[in-house]
Design a protein around this ligand. Sequence first.
Ligand SMILES: Cc1cc2nc3c(=O)[nH]c(=O)nc-3n(C[C@H](O)[C@H](O)[C@H](O)COP(=O)(O)O)c2cc1C
Length: 193
Amino acid sequence: MVTHLIFDLHALSQVSSLYTENMTKIGLFYGPQEGNVEKVAKLVASKIENVDLVKVKEVDANAFDAYDNIILGISTLGKHTWASDNEGNDWDQFLPKMNGIDLKGKKVAIFGLGDHIAYADFFVDAMGELFEVVKKTGATVVGSVSDEGYEFNESRAFIDGKFVGLPVDEDFEEDMTEERVDNWLKIILPEMK
Ligand SMILES: Cc1cc2nc3c(=O)[nH]c(=O)nc-3n(C[C@H](O)[C@H](O)[C@H](O)COP(=O)(O)O)c2cc1C
């Protein structure tokens, strides 16, 4: 009887520590599954101890359940594909799955790939669109970024004088990516403890 109890308590503590470990782990969800978003997702993940890289193309929204802390990576591929029913776009497929989900109590940070030269009037727009969807889930969005060091005309991701997440331009400012990521992680990781 006593042996059983000791065994059960041991098992229970193992389960609860597994649970705790998993919930402090960061889930980094990204799409498209190949390209600049993936490159930056891997860079971000290489700088975080406890992180799972998840392709949005391969999961449903209940994949968020396993994480209290979530990073989302997206690129802007033009209004003609964004939020359309284009089946080739990973986020276009995933976003409808986020309708009505509840992410209250979770922290979410977003990074967005864009091109500030060719698309100066739509710079990282998709990050702004994704932000609106995330806000509706009740999650707390962290990691807004000042426009210092960025050149652009307009952006849907620029709200109330700040970017809602981290803009990254691998087309024209690749050499600035790592420093931008490092500075951003200094903001979001303390929030995700
Ligand atoms: C068809 C097309 C449309 C694009 N539209 C935009 C845009 O509206 N705004 C923007 O900032 N970047 C735009 N870009 C630039 C991409 O976001 C950028 O190249 C990004 O790094 C692509 O990442 P990915 O390869 O992971 O999708 C566009 C690129 C393409 C090919």
